[in-house]
Design a protein. Structure first.
Ligand SMILES: Nc1ncnc2c1ncn2[C@@H]1O[C@H](COP(=O)(O)OP(=O)(O)O)[C@@H](O)[C@H]1O
Ligand SMILES: [Mg+2]
Length: 247
């Protein structure tokens, strides 16, 4: 019989330890996480709990101090920097709270940037970028620069840029953190559509209403997972854990 397929993400006993003088800070403290293909997983926790540290490792922007991280069958945690950036380009799309667009480039040029690194021929880049911008509802804003776009539109450009390489995994670290509630709704609806079309998504947020959109909620505290399951159950469990018991 064939071996069962490894999950898309398999992080095993991850530690991230920051040392300053005598002090050791365990930003991740023996954290294991598996995410299967097609899942939409929200990672929640208070500020400083280790969410961004985890996302940066899952996104191959950083390496754990100890532990193994497998992505789509590749052992990421022991890769050289060159291999890491190659893998990032092939398999991962990353969206940040602050959009991180290049101000001098227009929407289509911003979206083309990852294609330059992945050596897509110049003649194909424009069509791929236009396709990605159309997918996020910005087909009519192709030549606008970031300053000529609203926050929600800028985040859409950033999502198009993350999708244009056709990644296996979309990672979003507080993607709605800089947006008003109406724009947040629109971006979440877009993520729902992408998930429905089969994309695997891991989204970091500290807002319960945002996390509730996912199928699965992982709660991180002090660099460890303290709850994992359907959002409603995890939220109920957290409320119970944090509500002082009446005398
Ligand atoms: N580069 C770093 N050097 C030292 N400590 C760090 C560094 N990055 C994060 N930390 C610490 O690690 C912990 C987790 O940080 P982070 O992952 O950014 O949390 P979150 O995203 O949940 O707010 C915090 O205590 C933070 O101060
Ligand atoms: Mg963070």
């Amino acid at each position: 019989m064939a071996e069962p397929a490894r999950p898309l993400i398999s992080a095993e006993h991850l530690f991230k330890i920051y040392t300053s003088g005598e002090q050791e800070l365990f930003a991740l403290n023996d954290l294991s996480l598996q995410v299967v293909d097609g899942e939409f997983c929200a990672i929640m926790g208070t500020s400083g709990s280790g969410k961004s540290t985890l996302m940066n490792i899952l996104g191959a922007l950083d390496r754990p101090t100890r532990g193994d991280y497998w992505l789509d069958g590749e052992l990421v945690s022991s890769m050289s920097d060159a291999k890491l950036s190659n893998l990032r380009n092939r398999k991962i799309g990353f969206v940040f709270q602050s959009f991180n667009l290049l101000p001098r480039l227009n929407a289509v040029e911003n979206v083309e940037v990852p294609l330059v690194y992945s050596r897509v021929p110049a003649k194909d880049r424009r069509a791929r970028a236009i396709e990605a911008l159309t997918q996020v509802g910005l087909g009519d804003r192709l030549t606008h620069r970031p300053t000529q776009l609203s926050g929600g539109q800028q985040q859409r450009v950033a999502i198009a840029r993350a999708l244009v390489t056709r990644p296996r995994l979309l990672l979003a670290d507080e993607p709605t953190g800089a947006l008003d509630s109406e724009t947040t709704k629109q971006i979440l609806a877009l993520l729902d559509t992408l998930h429905d079309s089969g994309l695997t998504i891991a989204l970091v947020t500290h807002e319960a209403s945002v996390a509730a959109r996912a199928q699965r909620m992982v709660w991180v505290r002090d660099g460890q997972i303290v709850a994992d399951g359907p959002p409603a159950e995890v939220m109920a469990g957290r409320r119970a854990a944090e509500t002082p018991v009446a005398p």
